[in-house]
Design a protein around this ligand. Structure first.
Ligand SMILES: *[C@@H]1O[C@H](CO)[C@@H](O)[C@H](O)[C@H]1NC(C)=O
Ligand SMILES: *[C@@H]1O[C@H](CO)[C@@H](O)[C@H](O)[C@H]1NC(C)=O
Ligand SMILES: *[C@@H]1O[C@H](CO)[C@@H](O)[C@H](O)[C@H]1NC(C)=O
Length: 496
């Protein structure tokens, strides 16, 4: 796509050249030399004055002086800077629309905590009815964007309004904020994990953190360098201040873009700030069952889920909202370990077992290597339905056709925490589906009714280098399996 815009904002290099006459050809005239001397001296004087009167040396080489000033103000409290990043340092900006609000607010209620614990606003296009008992962020109405051109034929001009949430939030004049986190009204955040991810980065630098789409085609159409808005993304404080300075002018240069997030990325590109990818943000540009992605999650904390109206409920037999609430149960006990995969084997019966803690356990007949089961099975379809495995931005594997190779799936039914030991007990019930007969002469996992997993809570899991936990079979009965999940012991590996 080509955009009809000038490369730089205020500086017109051609006019500078004409005025100084430097490219006029031949030797420079005496008049021109005198001009150069005066110019050089004025620049020198200007710099000296600036240096004398500036109260601080440069921080991060901010290109925009006012941004640097505000940045300095914020950092003047040095002890505050040392403190570990917490939820209170995050300012949320939720993009929503009045027409869908009644339905979508149910997703927000799943994770939003009262004002004392969480800060943020929902940005709407017009006022809606509110209910005093709802625990939800305060609602603000976005500024008028009728002065901005929008020329994309497929999209909607609300993209401009949504893109400007970052600027409008900065303009509210927030205090003690380190990160601005954007999401949609149908994004669910695992906030403890969001904090874990953000605390790895220096909030005093310029960071733009999020993730791509699952769809390779989407990423080609937009950009692999863009944080998809619905998956949620984070902008460090000084970067948000810099964005606020330039965003309105920047947006005007890209009237033909489709969405709010590609407008944001266009401005990031002008600032030269790349996307820092964190794979726990999930845009969920898929149809069908998210199961494969949650059962074989990358070794990174689960931060968000999105497009919850488009995908099936993540647990069978539940509504979408109920199914997410169900996932919050184990999350409350051990958010760091939520949907983390571990792989082990029932050696006697020759079964492969993979646990996605707090979500589901799968049992397979035979020996599948970790290299295989760490790849998500395609339980979902692509947004561009005619594409196959080439349509994804990550590895996927097909679901086996052979009935003997089908997974037996057990979904989370109960979760408990023993406060005296910090050991969680999660129970997973067999989700029976009609399976074709298997002729292999070996024990049938179909006899299992439930699987119980014991795991100690591990809030510091992500303070260490990333590694999957190990699982072990503690007891193998006809109708149940008892498993233990923990940090791998010395030299312990997942193999038969
Ligand atoms: C938005 O601004 C335009 C002029 O720029 C004005 O005509 C219009 O009435 C405004 N809309 C609202 C909702 O304030
Ligand atoms: C789902 O609901 C049906 C009917 O209410 C019930 O028979 C079945 O056992 C339920 N399945 C699960 C996994 O809870
Ligand atoms: C249980 O976890 C809490 C919170 O992480 C911790 O303060 C406490 O010491 C732990 N107790 C045991 C017995 O490990």
């Amino acid at each position: 796509m080509k955009f009809p815009h000038k490369i730089t904002e205020n500086v017109d290099w051609n006019s500078i050249r004409t005025h100084t006459g430097a490219v006029a050809g031949g030797r420079p005239s005496p008049k021109f030399l005198l001009f150069l001397v005066i110019l050089a001296s004025s620049i020198y004087v200007l710099f000296t004055i600036t240096f004398l009167f500036s109260s601080h040396p440069c921080h991060d080489n901010h290109p925009l002086p006012t941004a640097a000033d505000r940045h300095h103000e914020y950092h003047s409290n040095a002890t505050d800077h040392q403190e570990k990043t917490e939820l209170k340092h995050i300012m949320f900006g939720i993009a929503a629309s009045a027409s869908l609000w009644e339905k979508r607010k149910e997703y927000l209620k799943l994770w939003w905590r009262p004002e004392k614990e969480m800060r943020g606003y929902v940005w709407l296009d017009r006022a809606v009815k509110t209910f005093p008992n709802d625990i939800l962020p305060r609602i603000l109405i976005s500024g008028n964007t009728s002065g901005f051109r929008y020329t994309n034929k497929k999209g909607h001009r609300s993209a401009i309004r949504i893109s400007r949430i970052v600027s409008e939030t900065v303009r509210l004049g927030v205090n003690g904020v380190r990160w601005f986190v954007m999401g949609d009204d149908d994004t669910v955040f695992i906030t403890d994990n969001l904090v874990r991810v953000l605390s790895k980065y220096d909030h005093g630098g310029f960071y733009y953190i999020g993730s791509s789409s699952e769809s390779h085609v989407q990423n080609i159409a937009f950009s692999y360098l863009m944080a998809y808005g619905g998956g949620g993304f984070a902008i460090s404080y000084p970067l948000a201040v810099a964005i606020e300075e330039m965003q309105d002018r920047c947006i005007k240069r890209y009237p033909s873009l489709y969405g709010s997030d590609d407008r944001m990325q266009a401005c990031m590109a002008e600032l030269g700030v790349p996307l820092t990818k964190e794979l726990g943000f999930h845009q969920c540009d898929i149809y069908g069952d998210l199961f494969g992605i949650l059962a074989a999650h990358p070794v990174t904390p689960l931060v968000t889920l999105h497009h919850l109206d488009l995908i099936q409920p993540i647990f069978p037999n539940m509504t979408r909202v109920q199914s997410l609430k169900h996932l919050m149960l184990p999350m409350k006990f051990d958010s760091a370990g939520l949907v983390q995969q571990s792989i082990c084997y029932e050696v006697e019966k020759k079964w492969t077992i993979t646990v996605s803690w707090g979500f589901a356990v799968q049992v397979f007949r035979g020996y599948l290597t970790p290299k295989e089961v760490e790849i998500p099975p395609r339980t979902f379809s692509n947004w561009y339905k005619n594409t196959d495995y080439k349509g994804y931005a990550f590895n996927t594997r097909p679901i086996a056709r052979n009935p003997c190779q089908k997974a037996f799936i057990f979904y989370l039914s109960k979760a408990k925490l023993d406060l005296s030991t910090n050991v969680t007990e999660t129970q997973y019930m067999h989700h029976r589906v009609t399976q074709l007969e298997c002729k292999w002469k070996m024990p049938d996992p179909g006899s299992l009714e439930k699987i119980v997993v014991y795991k100690k809570t591990d809030p510091h899991l992500w303070d260490r280098s990333p590694r999957r936990n190990c699982c072990r079979v503690k007891a193998s009965k006809k109708k149940s399996l008892i498993l233990e999940v923990s940090v791998c012991k010395e030299m312990e590996i997942s193999a038969i």
